[in-house]
Write a protein that binds this ligand. Structure first.
Ligand code: ADP
Ligand code: MG
Length: 312
């Protein structure tokens, strides 16, 4: 069996308050293992702590407590090996404006101790679609081109693990396609482990074998994508009755919530039940329906449901 690409135990991060800003606990004790060879999605709403976790892996942010193992190397005991095992494309477009793409790749390769003869700047520029911008100054590059360059920089030392922090937030379709094509190819052909953060559920569904969801610095779910999706097929039917119901609908697998004013919200799982069955149960309770609408959970609801579950 393949080992773990990443092992995180009891990971905590508290940002120190600056000036009058209070302290912020961004990670509250995360345990997480990520298998080698997977495409792993880290999901969570804004402020959940995704970038903090990624930046700790990248060595850009110092953890407050806990342990991090990258490709079997403890980050504290073997900083050099653990750093060499991972390449990170950060969320922030932090590029030196005075380097050209080729220069930036060369400098990055130098930082990672890649010998001149083993550098492959041209190949990488070609791969990320920047071959014709090789000598342009970074400050003249568009946001999309900067993102391409950041991907390239993450790859100069041929890491076992590639981490992408919100790679597709606000990018155009062409760039998104380029990113996903590269990610898929690196995973399938080079066996690279891929970790990406996103708040697009759809994207995680398409790309990832396994998903972890974090919310307010805590891990609230961790499963294969298919198992997690099974939990996400909830539908809510909101019924406005003609009169306040005397009895509530009673059907196994349907959760009934009273919303005031006689309005009922019935939540069921679309794969287990048809809307028709739910309506039948409503009518069977003697309720005449004045109006009906449906609600589908978006990621925000899913987070809410999962966080509620996590706290019991
Ligand atoms: P995400 O990437 O999931 O949106 P972040 O890891 O960026 O979340 O942020 C998690 C929390 O930590 C947020 O409340 C954010 O405001 C806070 N935070 C992030 N970076 C800093 C920092 N450098 N100083 C203080 N607070 C920070
Ligand atoms: Mg972030």
């Amino acid at each position: 069996m393949a080992g773990d690409a990443i092992r995180i135990e009891g990971l905590r991060k508290t940002y120190g308050g600056q000036g009058k800003a209070p302290e912020k606990v961004a990670l509250k004790g995360i345990d997480l293992t990520i298998p080698q060879g997977s495409v792993f999605g880290l999901l969570g709403p804004n402020g959940a702590g995704k970038s903090t976790l990624i930046n700790i892996l990248a060595g850009l942010v110092l953890k407050s407590a806990g342990s991090v193992e990258i490709w079997g190397f403890d980050q504290d005991r073997n900083p050099r090996q653990s750093r060499a095992s991972i390449g990170v494309m950060p969320q922030e477009l932090n590029l030196d404006p005075f380097f050209t793409p080729r220069g930036a790749l060369e400098v990055q390769a130098g930082l990672y101790g890649v010998p001149k003869g083993e550098r492959r700047s041209d190949e990488i520029l070609e791969m990320v679609g920047l071959a014709d911008k090789a000598e342009a100054y970074a400050r003249t590059l568009s946001g999309g081109m900067r993102r391409r360059l950041l991907l390239g920089k993450a790859l100069v030392h041929r890491p076992h693990i590639l981490v992408l922090d919100e790679p597709t937030a606000g990018v155009d379709i062409e760039l998104r396609q380029m990113l996903w094509d590269n990610v898929r190819r690196l995973n399938r052909e080079e066996g690279m482990t891929i970790i990406l953060t996103t708040h697009y559920l759809q994207e995680a569904e398409e790309m990832c074998d396994e998903i972890a969801i974090i919310n307010e610095g805590e891990l609230v779910a961790r499963n294969t994508t298919s198992a997690l999706l099974g939990e996400l097929d909830a539908r809510t039917m909101v019924i406005e009755p003609e009169a306040t119901p005397e009895t509530l609908p009673d059907l196994e697998g349907v959760e009934v919530e009273e919303r005031g004013g006689g309005i009922l919200a019935l939540t069921y799982h679309a794969r287990e039940m048809r809307a028709e069955d739910v309506l039948d149960a409503v009518r069977a309770a003697g309720i005449r329906i004045s109006d009906v609408r449906t609600e589908q959970p978006d990621l925000e609801d899913v987070f809410l449901a999962l966080t509620k579950g996590a706290h019991g």
